[in-house]
Design a protein around this ligand. Structure first.
Ligand code: R5P
Length: 312
């Protein structure tokens, strides 16, 4: 039998998935002590059940991560048959190599924890670098929300959408493949070109980057910037400014995860970007919401995946 648990990271998303699966969320208790320790308790029988836990590793990142580890431990102790981790947003995924000598590789540490605590399978969405999937030695699947984002963008553009008037733009060199994948969903084929911005990071200072150059033609077109994550908004805003400078008519953004810093929403709201299409992999706290942000749900993608475990 499939049992679905929710961490405190994004209970609305978990609830939506449960409704789509026509099951109730299973009972658990998450207690936070005054010294910030957390305790997780499973409050129903899970012996021999397949148990899935939905928990994004998003701000508060470490707190949510620890909760995820503790869910797995509690389920194992109650003799669950399998524990499946659904991590819609995989915080720390950007720390996937030593960007500078002497740095830790955080994502590798987290994967080792997930494996050794006893997860049988892990799912995520649009992982920062697909090569990270090779670090897992347990079954792992990277789901994508680019199709639902592309549909949403297309619906908004309506009749004005045609391949000559719309261009997809990667705001950095590392995002070309992601932007192409998004474009395939948007245009329905492979016959389009991706414009690319050369981004320069300042590795010695956090959240600092600049857009140096744009390769491709955005003049008089609707430019759609495609990225996996917004945090400070710097990447996106610099890219939008450059598109505008090069003559783009309108600028939209399609970004999977809004793992926002608190200063980002007003800056994006004031920017040249008309609308930010994003998903609910991360719970949107009211203080991070802004008018231009438009969320689409990934619940049906998770539910579809979990259906395969429902009748096991
Ligand atoms: C970087 O490689 C990522 O794909 C994002 O472009 C970046 O992390 C976004 O961060 P920020 O909004 O702080 O520029």
């Amino acid at each position: 039998m499939l049992k679905l648990f929710s961490g405190t990271g994004n209970p609305d998303l978990s609830q939506e998935v449960a409704q789509l699966l026509k099951i109730s969320l299973s009972a658990s208790e998450v207690v936070r002590f005054e010294n910030s320790e957390v305790r997780v308790r499973i409050e129903e029988d899970v012996k021999n059940d397949i148990c899935a836990v939905i928990q994004p590793i998003a701000n508060p990142t470490d707190t949510n991560l620890m909760e995820m580890f503790l869910f797995c431990d509690a389920l194992r102790r109650q003799e669950a048959h399998k524990v499946i981790g659904i991590i819609p947003y995989f915080g720390y995924a950007r720390q996937d190599i030593q960007h500078r000598e002497g740095e830790c590789v955080s994502i590798s540490v987290i994967i080792r924890f997930l494996e050794s605590i006893g997860f049988n399978k892990v799912y995520t969405f649009d992982l920062h670098d697909e090569a990270t999937s090779g670090v897992f030695s347990i079954p792992f699947k990277d789901l994508t929300s680019l199709n639902v984002l592309a549909n949403d963008v297309k619906k908004t553009l309506g009749k004005s959408f045609n391949r000559d008037s719309v261009v997809v733009v990667s705001p950095d060199q590392g995002g070309i493949e992601r932007t192409r994948n998004f474009g395939r969903f948007l245009y329905g084929d492979d016959y389009f070109s991706v414009s690319v911005i050369e981004k320069k990071r300042d590795l010695a200072h956090i959240h600092q980057s600049g857009a140096l150059n744009l390769f491709g033609d955005v003049k008089d077109k609707v430019a759609i910037l495609v990225d996996d994550i917004i945090t400070s908004g710097g990447t996106l805003i610099h890219a939008a400014n450059l598109c505008k400078e090069k003559g783009a008519k309108k600028i939209f953004a399609a970004i999977v995860h809004h793992d926002l810093s608190i200063k980002a929403p007003p800056k994006i709201q004031e920017s040249a970007i008309e609308k930010v299409f994003t998903t609910n992999t991360v719970k949107l706290k009211p203080e991070y919401n802004f008018e231009k942000l438009h969320e689409v749900s990934i619940a049906s993608i998770i539910a579809e995946e979990l259906k395969t475990f429902k009748n096991v």
